[in-house]
Write a protein that binds this ligand. Structure first.
Ligand SMILES: Cc1ncc(C[n+]2csc(CCOP(=O)(O)OP(=O)(O)O)c2C)c(N)n1
Length: 569
C-alpha cells in the first residue's frame, strides 16, 4: 500500500526504535506533524519553546542513554535555530538525527518564503547530511542517517525533506529491525604489542582519557588497565563521569581549569596513554609545548583524530573497549612506588591548596562586608549531599560549569551533561529536559545567570512535561568566565560583562508555573535544597555568588603547566 512521505518518516522513526522526538512545528513540516498526531500512541513528540532547546533536548536524551536523539524543525528559521544544538552534538560526538522540512523541490533556490539551504549551512557541523528529493529514497536515507549517527565516532546527521516529498505517495516496507552500525575497526595486534612494550618499560605512566571512554563503553577496561599497570588517570571535561571520582587512581580533570594533581602528573609522566581523546586545546594548553617530556600512545576509533592536534609516538586506530581489553592481557602487572609517592604528594598539595584557597576566598568575602554570599564549592557540596546517587547533572557554560566539573562527585557514566567542545551557553535546560524525559530521572542543572537567561523559556517545557529538574543558578550578576579573563589578562576592563538587570529568577520561575527560592547562606540553601528535592515540578534555586570568585587553577590560554595560576594575591 502506498503511504505519504510524512507517514514514511514517522514509520521509519518508530522502526528505528525512536520513542521520543523533540521539535517545533511549522508550514514545511505540518504534514509530518499530522502523521505524528496519528501515531501519538506510538511515538511521543515533545514541543519545546525554541528549536535550539529541542536540539539540546535530543542531545541530552542521547548523552544520558546512548541512544540516537531525534529533533524536528521546519524550514528556514526553524532549521537555523537548530544550528547551535547540532554543532554542540557534533563537537561532543553525540548521536543525533535532525529532520528539517524544506520548501517543495520546484521552489528550492528561489529565495522562497522560509527557504534556507540548511544542508549547506550544516555541512561542517554534521557527520553527514542529506536532502531527499525522491520519495523512493526517503526511508532508506533515514535508515542510513541512523546508521551513520551511531557508527564509529558518533555524531549528528541532518535529513532535509522538501514539502512535496512529504506529501507524495510511495510504497513502504518496514525493516522491522533498527539498523546496526557499520562494523567497528579493531586495533592491529602488532601495534598493541608495541604499546604493551612501551607500557612495560616505562616508569611513570599516566592515562589521559576522554569522552570516547563513555561512548565506547570502556570505563571498566580503562580502570582495570590503570590498576594493572599502576598508572594514575586524568581526563578531559568530556571524560568526566566515566570513572568514579573517588577511584584511588583517578586524579580528576586536567587542562585549562583542571585539577592541579592531574595536570602536573601528566607533565611529569614518561608515558602518556591517551584513550578516546582528541587533545583539545582546553585539555593540553599550548600544543607545541605540551608533549616535550613524554612518549605518547594514542588510541581512538576515529583515525582522523590521530596525529591531528598532537603527534603521537604510537597511534592506534581501533575500538577502545576491545583495544584496552587486549592491552590488559599483554601488559605486565606493575608497581611504581616512587611514582605513586609523587602522585600522593601532588594529591596532598592539591588538597591543601584547595583548602587554603577556600579559606582565603571566604576571608576576602567577609572583608568586603557586602550582603551574604555562597561560595561556589559550598553550593555544590550542599546540593550533592542532598541529590543522592540517582540524579543526572547538567550544566550550562561558564565558571559554574567548571566549578561543577571540578567538584561534583560524579560516579557513573552518562550522568554528566555539558557542552564541552562548543561551550554553548543555554545548553543546559534543554539537555536536562531531554535527559529526564529519556531516563525518568531527576536532573540537577547548575547554571549561571547569563546562561540561564539565554534559554530560560524552556522552563515552560519543563513545567508542561512535569520534569523534576532542580535548577541551581550561581548568580554572580556577571558573565563570570569572561569577566575572569578580563580580571587576569585585560587589566580589569570589565567591558560588557556586568549585568544591570533587575530580573528576579524566582518570580520568573513562578510565572512559568515552576517553584523557586533565593539562597544566600548555607542554611538557606540547605532548606531550599530540601524543598527542591521533594518537589515534582521544576524548582529554581537562585544562589547569591560573589562576582570576584575565580575558577582556579587556570592555565592561561596558550600556556602550559609552567604557567599555571593557582591563586591570586
Ligand atoms: C552562546 C554563547 N555566547 C557566548 C559565550 C562566551 N561565554 C563563555 S562563558 C560566558 C559567561 C557565562 O556567564 P554565566 O552563564 O553567567 O556563567 P558564569 O561564568 O558567571 O558562571 C560567556 C559569555 C558562550 N560560551 N556561548
Amino acid at each position: 500500500m502506498k503511504i505519504s512521505g510524512a507517514k514514511i518518516v514517522v514509520e521509519t522513526l518508530i522502526e528505528q526504535g525512536c520513542d521520543t522526538i523533540f521539535g517545533y512545528p511549522g508550514g514545511q513540516v505540518i504534514d509530518l506533524f499530522d502523521e505524528l498526531y496519528n501515531a501519538r500512541d506510538r511515538i511521543k513528540h515533545i514541543l519545546t519553546a525554541h528549536e535550539q532547546g529541542a536540539a539540546h533536548a535530543a542531545d541530552g536524551y542521547a548523552r544520558s542513554t546512548g541512544k540516537v536523539g531525534v529533533v524536528i524543525a521546519t524550514s528556514g528559521p526553524g532549521a537555523t535555530n537548530l544550528v547551535t544544538g547540532i554543532a554542540a552534538a557534533y563537537l561532543d560526538s553525540v548521536p543525533m538525527v535532525a529532520i528539517t522540512g524544506n520548501v517543495s523541490c520546484d521552489q528550492i533556490g528561489r529565495d522562497s518564503f522560509q527557504e534556507v539551504d540548511i544542508v549547506g549551512v550544516t555541512m561542517p557541523i554534521t557527520k553527514h547530511n542529506f536532502i531527499v528529493k525522491d520519495i523512493k529514497e526517503l526511508a532508506d536515507t533515514l535508515r542510513t542517517a541512523f546508521k551513520i549517527a551511531k557508527s564509529g565516532r558518533q555524531g549528528p546527521v541532518l535529513v532535509d525533506i522538501p514539502k512535496d516529498v512529504q506529501t507524495a505517495l510511495c510504497e513502504y516496507e518496514s525493516n522491522a529491525q533498527p539498523v546496526i552500525p557499520y562494523p567497528l575497526t579493531f586495533a592491529s595486534e602488532v601495534k598493541l604489542q608495541k604499546a604493551a612494550e612501551l607500557i612495560n618499560s616505562c616508569e611513570r605512566p599516566y592515562i589521559y582519557f576522554g569522552g570516547g571512554v563513555i561512548s565506547g563503553k570502556a570505563s571498566q577496561q580503562v580502570t582495570a588497565l590503570a590498576e594493572k599497570i599502576d598508572a594514575p588517570m586524568g581526563c578531559s571535561l568530556m571524560g568526566l563521569s566515566a570513572v568514579p571520582c573517588d577511584h584511588p587512581k583517578f586524579l580528576g580533570m586536567q587542562g585549562m581549569h583542571g585539577h592541579f594533581a592531574s595536570t602536573v602528573a601528566e607533565d611529569e609522566a614518561d608515558l602518556v596513554i591517551a584513550l578516546g581523546v582528541r587533545f583539545s586545546d582546553r585539555a593540553t594548553g599550548e600544543n607545541s609545548r605540551f608533549s616535550k617530556h613524554f612518549t605518547i600512545i594514542h588510541i581512538d576509533i576515529d583515525g582522523a583524530e590521530l596525529n591531528k592536534n598532537i603527534p603521537a609516538d604510537l597511534s592506534i586506530r581501533g575500538d577502545l573497549r576491545d583495544s584496552v581489553e587486549r592491552l590488559i592481557a599483554m601488559v605486565d602487572e606493575k608497581k611504581h612506588p616512587n611514582w605513586e609517592n609523587r602522585i600522593a604528594e601532588l594529591k596532598a598539595e592539591e588538597l591543601s591548596r584547595t583548602e587554603s584557597a577556600l579559606t582565603a576566598a571566604k576571608e576576602k568575602l567577609a572583608a568586603k562586608g557586602s550582603a551574604p554570599k555562597l561560595s561556589p564549592y559550598e553550593i555544590i557540596d550542599i546540593i550533592s549531599e542532598r541529590a543522592g546517587d540517582n540524579v543526572i547533572i547538567a550544566t550550562d557554560v561558564g565558571q559554574h560549569q567548571i566549578w561543577t566539573a571540578q567538584r561534583y562527585p560524579l560516579r557513573k557514566p552518562r550522568t554528566f551533561l555539558t557542552s564541552g567542545g562548543l561551550g554553548a551557553m543555554g545548553y543546559g535546560l534543554g539537555a536536562a529536559v531531554g535527559a529526564s524525559t529519556a531516563t525518568g530521572r531527576r536532573v540537577v542543572l547548575f547554571t549561571g545567570d547569563g546562561s540561564f537567561g539565554m534559554n530560560l523559556s524552556e522552563l515552560a517545557t519543563a513545567v508542561t512535561q512535569a520534569i523534576p529538574v532542580v535548577i541551581v543558578v550561581m548568580n554572580n550578576g556577571v558573565l563570570g568566565m569572561v569577566r575572569q579573563w578580563q580580571t587576569l589578562f585585560y587589566d580589569k576592563h570589565y567591558s560588557n560583562t556586568t549585568f544591570d538587570r533587575k530580573t528576579d529568577f524566582v518570580k520568573v520561575a513562578v510565572a512559568f508555573g515552576a517553584k523557586g527560592c533565593h539562597a544566600a547562606t548555607a542554611e538557606e540553601l540547605k532548606k531550599a535544597a530540601d524543598e527542591a528535592f521533594s518537589s515534582s515540578v521544576p524548582f529554581v534555586i537562585d544562589c547569591a555568588v560573589d562576582c570576584d570568585e575565580l575558577v582556579l587553577p587556570m592555565l592561561p590560554p596558550n600556556g602550559t603547566v609552567d604557567d599555571i595560576i593557582t591563586e591570586i594575591k
